[in-house]
Design a protein around this ligand. Structure first.
Ligand SMILES: [Fe+2]
Length: 345
């Protein structure tokens, strides 16, 4: 496995680059905007293909690299279902698996620092975001934080992991890089409490100043989308309502770009083909399945995904590859569902 812990010294943020092998798919957790060039250089040097960029929560102390990484690599941006960001390409929730080639991370919903805080467990290690820090815990006094919820996330979930589980947080301000669940149970001063009330009391007495970047970072991190507006301006988008009229028409091919797990969980649009987004380039180049389908049948190609972000990128790529009929459903299956479009389970 390739595992890199990367540090942004301005915000003391750790980002993690993961891949199962050199030459394979990679995932990055909590990337920082100013470091995007460095990440991409490392990705190239290690001969990796960045396919997913994940934020553990909406950060208040730095601007996320998610949007820039998506724009530059066409990777899938991932956040939890509770994150109030305008657009991410994929949303996950407790019990889901976040996968790339050769790796699978279990998604844990661990609110408290914020109400959109998630942790990601990968075998012997857990990426705890700002829920559990080394000898500390994330503050709970803004962004819908809750010390009660954090206590449950800590004592009810993270601290129940095996003691030897390695803890990789989103920040450290002292220079520590890694800890373990057992070590934190014993030595983390915030975890030496006897009850939820004691923890709430402890957290209420911290009296921390707001992060310097907060007024800039939070609004910026909530607006990472807008690839779709550009596609709509080019006339390559249909609304969910328009798409409903296209279902079953012989001259239309609906193409679902989501992963199998998303299809099983949320259902599919009737009679749509499945062509997962990571295989897109192969499928749309001359000789590829979708390219040949479009050429041989003259069918109009209508992409969709969960929220319209992957499909917006797919439309641009397909148009670039010469599939002039390519368009997508603006807002994706989310808009389709809100418009009461039929679904197959
Ligand atoms: Fe945070």
């Amino acid at each position: 496995m390739i595992f890199r812990q990367l540090f942004d010294s301005v915000s003391s943020t750790y980002s993690y680059l993961l891949a199962s092998r050199q030459g394979g798919e990679a995932l990055i957790i909590d990337p920082v905007l100013e470091k995007v060039d460095r990440y991409l250089q490392l990705v190239a040097e290690l001969d990796l293909k960045l396919v997913k960029a994940v934020d553990t929560h909406i950060h208040a102390d730095h601007i996320t690299g998610l949007g820039a990484l998506r724009d530059r690599t066409h990777c899938i941006t991932v956040m939890g279902e509770m994150a109030k960001v305008d657009v991410v390409s994929m949303r996950v929730t407790e019990g889901d698996k976040l996968t790339i080639e050769g790796l699978a991370l279990d998604v844990l919903y661990t609110p408290g620092h914020t109400d959109d805080s998630y942790s990601y467990l990968m075998g012997d290690r857990v990426f705890t975001g700002d829920t559990l820090l080394i000898r500390g815990t994330g503050r709970t006094d803004f962004q819908n934080g809750s010390a009660q919820a954090q206590y449950q996330s800590l004592f009810g979930k993270l601290l129940k992991l095996p003691d030897e589980t390695l803890v990789y947080p989103a920040h450290d301000y002292k220079g520590d890089t890694v800890s373990s669940i057992g070590e934190e149970k014993r030595f983390n001063p915030r975890l030496q409490v006897k009850s939820v009330d004691e923890y709430v009391d402890l957290m209420s007495k911290l009296k921390l100043a707001n992060p310097k970047m907060m007024d800039v970072a939070v609004p910026a991190n909530m607006r990472q989308g807008l690839a779709q507006d550009e596609i709509a301006r080019k006339g390559w988008a249909v609304t969910a309502a328009q798409a409903m009229a296209l279902v079953g028409q012989p001259n239309v091919a609906l193409v679902d770009l989501r992963e199998r797990a998303e299809r099983e969980k949320h259902g599919t649009i009737p009679a749509s083909l499945h062509a997962p987004y990571p295989d897109l380039q192969e499928n749309i180049r001359p000789g590829g399945m979708l390219h040949e389908l479009a050429c041989a049948t003259g069918k109009r190609m209508v992409f969709y995904c969960a929220f319209g972000e992957r499909s917006a990128m797919a439309v641009q790529a397909a148009q670039d590859a010469g599939i002039a009929s390519a368009c997508h459903i603006h807002g994706g299956l989310d808009a389709w569902r809100k418009g009461n479009g039929p679904l197959v389970h």
